[in-house]
Design a protein around this ligand. Structure first.
Ligand code: UDP
Length: 325
């Protein structure tokens, strides 16, 4: 019998790619999503339950109807700028929502969860590579909610024997190489989708937020990791939980290489063949100069091997997706 995985936020960007990877590995993903940021067209590999993590009744009904063996929890608000303006919204959806998921798991006697976290729980490490042992020092309200939930997972592992993995993503990017799903946020704030939209003429041009950082070309360095590689790490994390003891284990998911904003824009211009206008702007509030992973733990312990995360492949798959959508 195939195992069923309840995927909260399964209609979203990373969640839908995880559903595809789960199905390919022989699982049945059940997407649980309120469709506020997710899309029903992105749910292709299992049923969609329209429900809200803020409504425990919706969660109980999904657990009762589908009897999942484990949970992947993606449902969350993700816009850092929005979290600065409306921290209470982020506390509610990300922290209370996660508590609701954990409590529903307890009632349904489901004891395994893979949690969607972020490298931003480590804050600004001043240019050093970021690993699981880097200090937890989130800066934005968004990152604070993710760090808080990681702490709650640890508490539940003591109180309820929960087995959890927290996956700390670097910059999720690219699109399904088969072109079935991709990134579609509204409003869009991420660098690669915005550059693709500029190349398609969907916006007049775009901004670089700061070229006065202490980095090789003055623009920020980020560790762009292909969403299909991230999805595969979730399947590996789930398999690891089969044999794990109660506890929470964190993994940093990045490629270990930084690309600058300028390098990314040059790559989008080259692959699209369009030289769209780029204007220099002042720094964006809250941007760290450099966020790059030391992914050795994920590679050795999870046996995770990113295979789509060179910048060319990321931009090619993102560009192919944006041309169609
Ligand atoms: N960025 C930019 N122009 C944009 C969007 C982003 O210069 O229109 C920069 C941003 O300041 C950061 C990098 O691109 O240095 C990656 O930003 P993104 O929002 O994609 O991801 P983040 O690292 O903030 O999660």
């Amino acid at each position: 019998m195939t195992k069923t995985i309840l995927v909260t936020g399964g209609a979203g960007y990373v969640g839908s790619h995880a559903c595809k990877a789960l199905a390919a590995a022989g699982y049945t993903p059940v997407s649980f999503d309120n469709l506020s940021n997710g899309h029903d067209w992105a749910v292709k590999w299992g049923p969609l339950v329209v429900g809200d993590v803020l409504n425990p009744g919706d969660l109980d009904a999904a657990f009762a109807a589908h009897k999942p063996d484990a949970v992947m929890h993606f449902a969350a608000l993700i816009e850092v700028g929005e979290s600065v303006k409306y921290p209470e919204k982020f506390q509610l959806t990300n922290v209370t929502g996660s508590l609701n998921v954990l409590q529903a798991m307890g009632r349904a006697k489901v004891g395994r969860i893979v949690f969607s976290s972020t490298c931003a729980v480590h804050g600004d490490v001043g240019g050093a590579l970021i690993s699981e042992t880097s200090p937890i020092a989130p800066i934005s309200p968004y990152a604070k909610t993710k760090a808080e939930v990681e702490g709650v997972l640890a508490d539940f592992s003591v109180s309820d024997g929960l087995k959890a993995v927290a996956l700390r993503y670097f910059n999720a990017s690219g699109a399904d190489p088969d072109g079935e799903i991709g990134e579609a946020h509204d409003p869009e704030s991420h660098l690669i989708p915005i550059a693709c939209q500029a190349a398609l003429g969907q916006r007049e041009g775009m901004f670089i937020y700061g070229d006065d950082y202490d980095t090789p070309d003055g623009t920020c360095l980020r560790d762009y990791i292909h969403v299909t590689d991230l999805a595969m790490a979730h399947v590996k994390a789930l398999e690891r939980l089969d044999a794990a003891a109660p506890g929470v284990e964190a993994f940093c998911l990045g490629g270990g290489v930084g690309a600058s904003v300028r390098e990314v824009l040059d790559c989008v211009k080259k692959i699209s063949g369009v030289d769209f206008p780029v204007t220099m702007q002042s720094r964006r509030l809250g941007d760290a100069p450099s966020l790059v992973a030391d992914p050795r733990k994920a590679k050795t312990v999870l046996r995770w091997t990113p295979s789509h995360s060179d910048l060319q492949t990321i931009v090619k798959t993102a560009w192919a997706w944006h041309q169609k959508h």
